[in-house]
Write a protein that binds this ligand. Structure first.
Ligand SMILES: Nc1ncnc2c1ncn2[C@@H]1O[C@H](COP(=O)(O)OP(=O)(O)O)[C@@H](O)[C@H]1O
Ligand SMILES: [Mg+2]
Length: 567
């Protein structure tokens, strides 16, 4: 490809609203252009790379026996109503104004289940793995970070259909392995985490993540290999336990203490002995929740412990009615009304605790959970913190930001039940099909790769994703027929060897060419200039290491073959 004829609008500076490296570099290297918030056009160079990623996805999905579909973005809303997801998706789903009854699909469980209902009849028709690489539409509230969070984006989404739970385990494992191969082939350093399956509503679920400040997820990871989304992460922190002295409960005035920190500062209590109380309304019923000191209540954990989406913190007015006090003076003893009380596991059967007295301006000390109040349940409800020992071998947890690249779910029968997709077993009995759902953000692979592989000059592609194998740079071509001829020869020789070469034949000065080459980031630059050529030499630069080697022009073919097989 001759660069003079190829559309690569590189930019010296990234637009100010591009904040993260991948977004800036994708704009600067001429890979994408933004059309509207969260909406992008792929330019030829970017699309070339995207197609390589798509091919890898296709190969690895085909390798596990998955069959490629192409489903429509326009979906009948009716089918989404049947699964209750019009409501669950809320504002994320795009609705169409001038054609009632159609929506833009944010994912495709519904349509897959629709086809399964049409055609799967017997256990003999199963298992199936169906996938597609297709545009998704989601009305993301704050699309930022470039293609990492688009309102229209490509997803490789796959769905497994099985007749048994063991079958689902096998399909899930196949995807897990395929995803690992995909990300390894792309050269992405990733980790997997157990995740909350959120609105999808399912059983087991894992996310494929990369550590990155550009990420919107937060994970706890440790050197032992422990990794979990902060929403579900746990640690090996010991419960606060019991103290030997078990004095009787005592009320004391705390007129100026509204927070845990106030109590620590004013009275010198250790944080471990403070039990913070909050009240939540869960499925319309008030529940008092006790947490250790300043520990943060994790709402995702609360949601899974109570198996409900319907919960909220109590309003100030409700608080007073339920407990007899305002926030800051609430506790598990002498509650005005009889409500359910749960405590975080760190407070399991603890004593010597301090908590609110349910009387404004007063606290109680020497509270013994086994003596003075009735804790209905101890649950894991806290968010882990940096430095806590991990559950594998006690090594310290790090809390890192991460980008979610892929997500695999065991859906179970939620969709097949809602839409009536059933099969007959060997005895002729009817069952709902057991399903799994598996997604990878195609653009996110590219952006994540760039987040992990760039320097101040630009992107650094590996041999798998690079848009071209070599960047041939002719210097002052128009002034030197020798250089031009040499370049033409190199270009045709390399093309004969089936290498894909981008030939910078533009009438630009060397500085511009070098900057663009480093910005675009093709792994090897073959630089042809008059001076070297007069000595029978051409230069090869390794983009990643910056090393340059002079090689004999006449032995180019052999040399180049060597270059392209070593890193
Ligand atoms: N707005 C988006 N822009 C780009 N990629 C996305 C977006 N939302 C999701 N993805 C990609 O699609 C994959 C599967 O989506 P899913 O798990 O359903 O999304 P989410 O976790 O955001 O609900 C994600 O792992 C991610 O890589
Ligand atoms: Mg997800």
């Amino acid at each position: 490809m001759r660069q003079s004829q190829y559309f690569i609008p590189t930019l010296r500076e990234a637009p100010a609203d591009a904040q993260i490296p991948s977004h800036q570099l994708m704009l600067r290297a001429g890979l994408v252009r933004q059309v509207a918030s969260g909406v992008f056009t792929w330019l030829p160079l970017g699309y070339k790379i995207l197609k390589k990623i798509i091919e890898i996805l296709r190969e690895e999905m085909d390798a596990i026996g998955a069959q490629e579909f192409l489903m429509p973005a326009l979906n009948p809303i009716e089918i989404w109503e049947q699964t209750g997801r019009v409501e669950a998706m809320g504002d994320v789903m795009f609705h169409i104004k001038n054609r009632e009854g159609l929506v833009l699909a944010p994912t495709h469980e519904e349509i897959i289940t629709y086809h399964a209902r049409q055609h799967i009849q017997s256990y003999k028709d199963l298992p199936q793995i169906w996938y597609q690489i297709q545009n998704k539409f989601r009305n993301e509230p704050r699309p930022k970070s470039g293609v990492l969070r688009g309102r229209q984006f490509l997803m490789k989404d796959a769905y497994s259909l099985d007749s048994s739970w063991e079958g689902l385990d096998i399909s899930y494992k196949k995807h897990y392995e395929a995803y690992k191969k995909i990300f390894n082939r792309c050269g992405i350093k990733f980790f997997t985490v157990g995740a909350s399956s959120g609105a999808m509503g399912g059983k087991q679920s894992e996310e494929f993540m990369i550590e990155s400040d550009a990420g919107e997820d937060v994970c706890a990871i440790s050197d032992s290999g422990y990794a979990a989304n902060l929403e579900v992460a746990t640690s090996a922190l010991n419960p606060v336990g019991r103290i030997p002295e078990n004095a009787s409960i005592e009320e004391f005035p705390t007129p100026n203490a509204k927070t845990i920190d106030d109590l620590i500062e004013q009275f010198g209590f250790p944080e471990d002995r403070l039990a913070k109380s909050v009240v939540y309304i869960i499925d319309s019923k008030p529940v008092l929740i006790l947490m250790r000191g300043n520990d943060e209540l994790n709402e995702t954990k609360l949601q899974s412990a109570f198996k409900t989406n319907t919960f909220r913190p109590a309003e100030p007015q409700e608080l007073f009615e339920i407990t007899g006090a305002n926030a800051g003076s609430i506790g598990p003893v002498n509650l005005k009304t009889n409500i359910k009380i749960v405590a975080d596991k760190l407070l399991q059967e603890a004593n010597g605790l301090i908590s609110g007295a349910n009387k404004d301006g007063f606290h109680l000390k020497n509270i013994d959970f086994t003596r003075d109040c009735n804790i209905d349940e101890y649950l894991d409800l806290r968010t882990v913190r940096e430095g806590e020992p991990c559950i594998i071998n006690g090594s310290p947890l790090r809390i890192v930001k991460a980008i979610e690249l892929g997500h695999i779910f065991k859906l179970g029968t939620k969709y097949s039940e809602a839409l009536g997709a059933r099969f007959l077993d060997a005895e002729g009995k009817e069952h709902p099909i057991i399903m799994g759902s598996y997604g990878i953000g195609v653009e996110r692979i590219m952006a994540s790769y760039i987040e992990q592989n760039f320097d101040e000059a630009g992107i650094i592609w590996n041999k798998v994703l690079t848009p071209f194998d070599f960047h041939l740079i002719g210097l002052a071509l128009n002034k030197s027929p020798d250089v031009e001829e040499a370049c033409n020869r190199i270009y045709s020789e390399l093309s004969e060897l089936k290498f894909d070469v981008l030939f910078d034949d533009r009438d630009e000065n060397p500085g511009v060419k070098f900057n663009d080459a480093d910005l675009i980031g093709i792994p090897y630059q073959i630089i042809v200039g008059k001076k070297n050529l007069d000595n029978g030499k051409i230069e090869i630069k390794n983009r990643k290491t910056g090393t340059r080697e002079l090689i004999n022009f006449n032995s180019l073919k052999e040399e180049v073959l060597k270059f392209n097989t070593k890193d």
